[in-house]
Design a protein around this ligand. Structure first.
Ligand code: FES
Length: 173
């Protein structure tokens, strides 16, 4: 075995394979040798993983639960739920899978616990000015105006969350 063989065991395996012929055994021996291609996979991850690299952001996401964006961007209030401009007029969005933020009229925001009081399903945001919030699991219905129960197996309404707009963000009051 030469010095080159110590640093390149695949070269040794290739020579052995030649001695064994082109049978299946040779294919198995060479399976771990990648040839001259770099071993980094997609996204520059070592080890050939094809999983995409996690997205990075200098500002972070102010709406995730890690708090990374809260400390990284002083423009975002610490208790921000969502940018006001992200909530459609006459509709709503579910933030962090826990809070339903709605804007029934331009500049008017309300928020409710997004968990249905029946069995905890996350309710669907209203859209196109519909005055009803609906649960997709068993079709309980709640009023956009105050979260109260309208119909369905839920026995009570959605729990309200006080919010206000500050610096362009809907924040917990
Ligand atoms: S979980 Fe919402 S109606 Fe049943």
């Amino acid at each position: 075995m030469s010095v080159e063989d110590v640093f390149n065991p695949c070269a040794v395996a290739a020579r052995r394979t030649l001695l064994l012929g082109a049978g299946a055994m040779g294919i198995v021996v060479l399976a771990g040798c990648g040839g001259d291609e770099p071993s980094a996979g997609a996204g520059g991850q070592p080890g050939g993983s094809s999983a995409p690299a996690a997205p990075t952001s200098a500002r972070g996401n102010p709406f995730d639960d890690t708090g990374s964006g809260r400390s990284g961007d002083p423009q975002v209030p610490s208790n921000a739920l969502v940018a006001a401009g992200e909530v459609p007029v006459g509709g709503g969005v579910v933030v962090k899978d826990t809070v339903l933020v709605i804007q029934p009229a331009k500049g008017t925001f309300r928020a409710y616990d997004a968990a249905c009081p029946h069995e905890g399903q996350i309710v669907d945001p209203p859209f196109d000015g519909n005055p009803i919030i609906q649960c997709p699991r068993h079709n309980s219905k709640f009023k956009v105006a105050d979260g109260s129960r309208v119909d369905g197996p839920a026995t009570r309404g959605l729990k309200g969350i006080k919010v206000e707009v500050r610096g362009g963000y809907v924040v917990r009051a």
